[in-house]
Ligand binder design. Sequence first.
Ligand code: SD4
Length: 348
Amino acid sequence: MSSTIGRRKFLQLSTFTAPLLSFQLPGKSAVLFTTKPIMVSTWDEGKNVNAAAWEVLAAKGRAVDAIEKGAIYIENKISCCVGLGAYPDRDGIVTLDACIMDEHANCGAVAGLEQIKHPLSVARKVMENTPHVLLVGNGAQQFALENGFPKEPAVLSEDAKKAYQEWLKKNQYKPVINIENQTAGVTSKRENGPFAPFFFEDGRPNHDTMGMIAMDASGNLSGGVTTSGMAFKIHGRVGDSAGIGAGLYVDNEIGAATSSGVGEEVIRICGTHLVVEFMRNGYSPELACKKAVERIVKLNPAKAKELQVGFVAINKMGQHGGYSIQKGFAYAVKTMGEDKIYQSKFLK
Ligand code: SD4
């Protein structure tokens, strides 16, 4: 690339024009354009997660350590959608999904993990101490206990108890007579069914998964996701958040992406892997996310009107971008120069 193209011009081109420019910039120019370290996390709460993770990044620590720090922060808080204080599945049990991926494409994940406070840290142990990628259910819990994670009591937080009781009233959930022949997601926004609703009663989308992606001072990328999954899901249901290539993907040569929203739709298109592949083809993070969102919509435009999926990504230059199907997806960005929540662009 000509050295006469200024930074501003370059950023404009790579944000709005695709796929014009490769990331394989010659020589030193690539280094000049890189924003690092950078930490990006989903939703407004991502700002606090970034602050926790920043302690690691500011001290020139590894991105993977920053990711775990951010996860521990959010897993310690009570929220609808992350950690043991989150909303349960439709049998009243909180089950957690998490994954982590580092700059060497090492990865680990847990799904359907019960009574363990820090699922992402367990996923990291899977990554570092086993030849496997994914452990589920009882096996994941057994592994966690063997690795020194304490078993927490099987109780719902006050918030979760209230929300679950409300949900039960409306849904009259009776496992014995429920026939699993309804198409999940064909419900209207406020309608309840025997499956996890795409939206809560008050119209809030059924999500707030914490997806995190980071590049450290050395230019290495990592990412992680931690969630209780969609509230009131079928016991045993696993969404995208435990899925490498679905809820999270990291390619240290190209970039990293994470997702939030209806996990089934993300899994269907291998969403974050797709985002990273679009970036490999030269698209900016924002356009790569947009193209992945469009892929979901193209598969089933009518259904897509009723659900939310958002992607957020960073590339090796430290550019970030997000895109969602509907209004309302947000992500937080922290660098040396900014600490901000972005409302992502959306299709409709
Ligand atoms: C899932 N992607 O389990 C998650 C949902 C979400 O907070 O975003 N939950 O499908």
